[in-house]
Design a protein around this ligand. Sequence first.
Ligand SMILES: CC(C)(COP(=O)(O)OP(=O)(O)OC[C@H]1O[C@@H](n2cnc3c(N)ncnc32)[C@H](O)[C@@H]1OP(=O)(O)O)[C@@H](O)C(=O)NCCC(=O)NCCS
Length: 209
Amino acid sequence: MPLHKIIHINENTTAYFWHITEDVTSLFRAVSLRDTSLFRLEGMKSEEHQRGFLAVRMLLQHLGYTDYDLTYDEAGKPHLSDGKHISISHSHEFSCICISTELMGIDIEKLKEKTLKIAPRFLEIKHLENLSTPDKIAKATVIWGVKESIFKIKNEVGISFPEHIFEDEFNLIDGKCSAILQFNNQIEKFKIHFYNVEAYIFVCAFPKK
Ligand SMILES: CC(C)(COP(=O)(O)OP(=O)(O)OC[C@H]1O[C@@H](n2cnc3c(N)ncnc32)[C@H](O)[C@@H]1OP(=O)(O)O)[C@@H](O)C(=O)NCCC(=O)NCCS
């Protein structure tokens, strides 16, 4: 399946989604990879991970980039050769990349009951009060995505989701929320956009200016 969806988050920022229906061999034949990527691909234990990784390269190629335009820093954060910001996420049959002239972080996460089960470990449980079970799952998944996205922006060792990132109260219907990071004696604010993409939640976070 080719490109599945494009979301224009703001005038500087666009997210692209690949619905992965191809097998590893077809994806592998369709992309060209630098040696370090080949090495990484060979080391991946699951085919799902390999397909997610290759689908990111399909998205890059769709946009006129190749794997040669993508590098990673020591922490694993991706960077594009033309200086634009990129953030990457994959979950089961979806891979997505977001490209922007602004700093941002993204996360895509499948809606599943397990996220609700582990919710007390990473969110304020009062934020799930008075919701139906499907809405509780959706809200917990958004909050998880918020924390992953902020982590990807900051890319700093030692950030803990429950201890340092706090979501403000929000309604699912709004598609927007905010959060703060309290880390290293500093408080930083973030604005968040979130979307339903099939049976997934997609989150994009930006530092507040
Ligand atoms: C790095 C991390 C954010 C990746 O998230 P994930 O849900 O496992 O996977 P995703 O598919 O959403 O994202 C993976 C992509 O994130 C990007 N990434 C990895 N490390 C990154 C970093 N330090 N900064 C920014 N982006 C990073 C990569 O592009 C990677 O994909 P690729 O290697 O195939 O290009 C996550 O594993 C992590 O370390 N989280 C913080 C630790 C933590 O506090 N966890 C929970 C505690 S309750």
